[in-house]
Design a protein around this ligand. Structure first.
Ligand code: 48F
Length: 257
């Protein structure tokens, strides 16, 4: 009997071997991004486009963060004029209505993901970051674990990285863990986490770009995490600031790498 064309054992071997090869190739990174929402994917694209070694870890199976849902599940994305160039960089189609650009959230998320991964960023989905490696007053790595292990007592693994970007949205999880576990002072007005304020789209969209910066040696904040850490308002369902913020941290890090 001829050997079957498709062999279960070979399919399994290919998956395990290729995944492991890729994981091994990403144990030392230029930039580890936590969170594959709009800001994290945008940062990944601009960093990877310049040839930097970038991996994004997202604890969810499907990436895109809060962008799929538009506003209250009406899956439209609104972007302001200042971010139009980024829409164009990602080949996102839109309709111009007054000063706003409106696009479809599924189209926008898939375009961000497509271009970030095509540029060379590796997405590890279903892997969360639960801690960082801190040595000599600087964050030097990310502690990662399968998100599906949930409450099981499973010890994590780690990757080394020159920079970590906290792109975890409202929770700003990387910074919260850094502050909770270490006696550190952040580059914020109080030296701690200021906490997010109520909605004010215009102020929030302006500040999210300003707030997107290094808050502790080796760690940047971007997207909603930046406003949560710096005590700025939430912006609600407008996404230009997320894109501009992701680009800003990428450019700042590129200057240093
Ligand atoms: O929330 P999210 O979309 O973050 P963002 O890029 O964008 C915010 C907007 O979606 C919206 C807004 C209006 O513009 O304010 O909320 O700032 O994506 C955050 C991603 O981080 C993942 C989470 O699954 C989501 O995909 N995430 C959160 N904590 C962790 C994490 C963690 N500890 N490890 C890995 N991924």
């Amino acid at each position: 009997m001829p050997a079957p064309m498709l062999q279960e054992r070979e399919i399994t071997r290919l998956i395990v071997e290729e995944y492991m090869n890729e994981l091994l190739a990403n144990l030392e990174l230029d930039v580890a991004i936590v969170g594959a929402g709009p800001s994290g994917l945008t940062a990944a694209y601009y960093l990877a486009s310049e040839g930097k070694k970038v991996a994004i870890f997202d604890r969810k199976l499907s990436i895109g963060g809060g962008m799929w849902a538009g506003g209250m599940l009406f899956n439209k994305i609104v972007v302001q004029d200042g971010a139009r160039e980024i829409l164009d960089n990602f080949e996102i189609k839109y309709k111009k209505i007054g000063n706003y650009y409106v696009t479809d959230s599924v189209h926008a998320v898939t375009a961000l993901a497509y271009h970030a991964t095509k540029a060379g960023a590796k997405v590890f989905n279903a892997i969360g970051s639960e801690d960082v490696i801190v040595k000599d007053g600087r964050v030097r790595g990310l502690v990662i674990n399968w998100s599906v292990v949930d409450n099981l007592p499973v010890d994590p693994l780690s990757v080394l990285t020159k920079y970590v970007i906290d792109a975890t949205g409202h929770e700003s999880e990387v910074i919260h863990t850094l502050v909770a576990k270490n006696n550190v002072k952040l580059a914020t007005p109080s030296g701690g986490i200021e906490g997010e304020q109520s909605m004010d789209a215009e102020t929030a969209e302006r500040l999210v770009v300003e707030n997107s910066r290094e808050v502790y040696p080796g760690v940047y904040v971007t997207g909603m995490a930046a406003n949560a850490v710096f005590g700025s308002p939430r912006m609600g369902p407008i996404f230009g600031g997320m894109l501009l913020s992701g680009k800003k941290v990428a450019m700042d890090i590129l200057d240093k790498l």
